[in-house]
Write a protein that binds this ligand. Structure first.
Ligand SMILES: C[S@@+](CC[C@H](N)C(=O)[O-])C[C@H]1O[C@@H](n2cnc3c(N)ncnc32)[C@H](O)[C@@H]1O
Length: 233
């Protein structure tokens, strides 16, 4: 077993989410309640979605915003190198502990998705689960994903998105600000597929779903994969 934390600052390196700079204490509370808050949703389908999606991971794999490491158990055996990035130090500490307990080879790197400390084309697979809604500058994050993907590489994603049903979409718009303040900077009304396409990632396969066991605002899901289009910048 080998693991390491590269670039993590302790105590609590906090990130600015939507104008709210979390205190070290608040960041630690968010990290502490994260797994219990998601537990019902994991049991009601999210864990199996993670497993099915991550079965597609190939070669050198980079995960964005890995949080507490809920994906870790679902990566297939025999996969290539795994690099887990996470900018929040309270999350990072939990992630590193989970990696240590898992017996898996993985490197934990403290990094934001908007500024990935890796060379162009370094990864065959990039994984984003429930992350693009939270990163401060999602367009910059998508550009970075495209940059670090090797030719023929793929982004695997599960993201909650803006509802296609107009009534729920209106509620997402109305409650976007309080939700964002409560939920660690999460934008419940983000149209993430459009964001990927604008960032020159071609969505190759996508399924819609419903995140059971979670508040209605974040229930609409997209699950799929995308590859790079256009010339590599
Ligand atoms: C809803 S959690 C998802 C965690 C994990 N991916 C999962 O599937 O359970 C969102 C994660 O994105 C991280 N995050 C926030 N801003 C980020 C950024 N700019 N770049 C990368 N990750 C970020 C948060 O710290 C948090 O761990």
């Amino acid at each position: 077993m080998r693991w390491g934390v590269v670039g993590a600052e302790t105590p609590a390196m906090t990130i600015d989410n939507g104008g709210r700079r979390g205190s070290g204490m608040w960041a630690r509370i968010e990290a502490w309640i994260y797994d219990p808050f998601l537990a019902l949703g994991e049991r009601r389908g999210m864990a199996s979605r993670r497993r099915a999606l991550l079965a597609l991971a190939r070669g050198r794999v980079l995960e964005l915003g890995a949080g507490t490491g809920l994906n870790l158990a679902h990566y297939p055996a025999g996969m290539g190198e795994l690099v887990l990035t996470e900018p929040d130090s309270a999350m990072c500490a939990r992630l590193a502990r989970r990696v240590g307990r898992s017996g898996r080879d993985a490197t934990v790197v403290a990094a934001r998705a908007e500024a990935l400390p890796f060379r162009d084309g370094a990864f065959d697979t990039v994984v984003s689960t429930l992350v693009l809604c939270t990163v401060e500058d999602p367009a910059a994050a998508v550009r970075e994903v495209r940059r670090v993907l090797a030719p023929g590489g793929r982004l695997l994603f599960v993201e909650h998105v803006r509802a296609s049903a107009p009534r729920l979409a209106r509620w997402q718009d109305r409650l976007a600000r309080p939700w964002r303040a409560l939920a660690g900077g999460c934008r419940c009304n983000q149209a993430t597929l459009e964001l990927l396409e604008r960032g020159q990632l071609r969505v190759e396969r996508v399924a819609s779903g419903r995140w059971g066991g979670m508040p209605a605002l974040v229930r609409p899901l997209v699950v799929g994969h995308a590859g790079a289009t256009g010339p590599q910048s």
